[in-house]
Design a protein around this ligand. Structure first.
Ligand SMILES: [Zn+2]
Length: 82
């Protein structure tokens, strides 16, 4: 099992975390059209290599940014949204 770094709690089991969204992929404002909502949900980059993503540490209820390599699974950093 991999350990993820919560900026507030330190390293914890990956099962305590949920993926939220790619960083820089803002939710549409107001009442988006079906096409805009579908684009938000399904048109993601899913890069191979380093990626910045928002994650939730369920145990402490905090969202934070994590940079990880999606190919090697190496964690490259974690930062609060401060
Ligand atoms: Zn935490």
């Amino acid at each position: 099992m991999q350990r993820f770094p919560c900026p507030f709690c330190g390293p914890r089991a990956e099962t305590e975390f949920h993926f939220a969204v790619e960083a820089g992929h803002p939710r549409p404002d107001g009442a988006p059209s079906d096409a805009d909502w579908a684009a938000y949900l399904y048109d993601v980059d899913a890069p191979k290599g380093p990626a910045r993503e928002m994650w939730l540490h369920v145990t402490c209820g905090t969202y934070f940014l994590m940079t990880r390599d999606t190919q090697t699974r190496e964690i490259l950093g974690a930062e609060d949204l401060g």
